[in-house]
Write a protein that binds this ligand. Sequence first.
Ligand code: GLA
Length: 384
Amino acid sequence: MLDNLKQRFKELFDKESQNSFFAPGRVNLIGEHIDYNGGLVMPCAVTFGTYLLTAPNTDGLFRFRSTNFEDQLDIPVQGQYEKTGKEWFNYPLGVIHNLAIQGHNLQGLDMLFFGNLPIGAGLSSSASIEVVTAFAFNQLFNAGLSKLDIVKLTKVVENVFIGVNSGIMDQFAVTFGEAGKALKLNCETLDYEAVDCNLGDHYLAIINTNKPRKLAESKYNERVSECAQALTALQKKLQIDNLCDVDSETFSTHKSLISDTTVLNRAQHVVEENERVKLAATALAENRLDDFGQLMYASHDSLKNLYEVSGIELDTIVEFCLRYPEVTGARMTGAGFGGCAIALVKKNALDDFSAKISEYYTEKIGYAPSVYSSDIGAGVRELK
Ligand code: GLA
């Protein structure tokens, strides 16, 4: 694959590429819509992601090319940039903008991007392209950023340049991911622990609904603001900085402070989901995969009924999984509103699972899902 990309680079730029980088996508095992509420999440990096090949140029230009999209951009090296439309290159451009306004000395670069993650499917294709760009520029132009600086910078790109009020989980997982480990991350303190993710005789299957995700960004931002409303209401009595500072007992005692039923449901999901992550981490550490699977189902149920970010497509997948004996747990992963679900599927049943779920889903939804299986991969790196 890398050889093909190098060949493509040569065709496009009439010279050899000099450096190659890779950043993965991620799935979140449990702890959904928790990161922007300051709680615990458990993502891991997958083995698909975004490749970036580079070579310097002396034309004072950033040249963006992609093997996934026809749109391309040539733009002079300058002190700042603005988002232009919705094209893919706005993600790396946002990273460059943020590095430029921090005063880093950047120079002309030819870039070829290739992604093998389904784009916009909830596997963090955007964090992946942001992080691979930041990592490459940091190295090529000696910007002196730590990995955590890269995480924080790319989150700002997503929040300000792109305009989605997302939390820090995706950029963190894509940067710090470790092969075979899930990251138990505290999104308030950014302390994390890489925990062994021993799935025994199971594979992690990723089922893409293939649903076009219209309005996902505005609905996501709506959830963020509903959580902020719940926090403000609880702060009338409780000294808390985040919704996840509340445990379910305290929540039961004080929930009457929240008058709006929808906002109350959102908050209840957050408080209980945060507790599920703690239980899930212990279950995983003790190899109690059945318990882990039950927590995944409970998480999905809450995202469906209380947080209302699922939908018929994701629910159909989980409904199938619940009835399929070789699946130990399943849930939607990521923001929701379409995107992907994950399932723990017995290794020997993966082909049968894939065929049967595709048939069931297609019958009900009218088009086919895509089913992938992924190992848990490592975070951003240079490819030598
Ligand atoms: C998206 C966001 C993350 C997180 C998840 C939901 O992936 O980018 O920050 O909020 O949704 O858990």
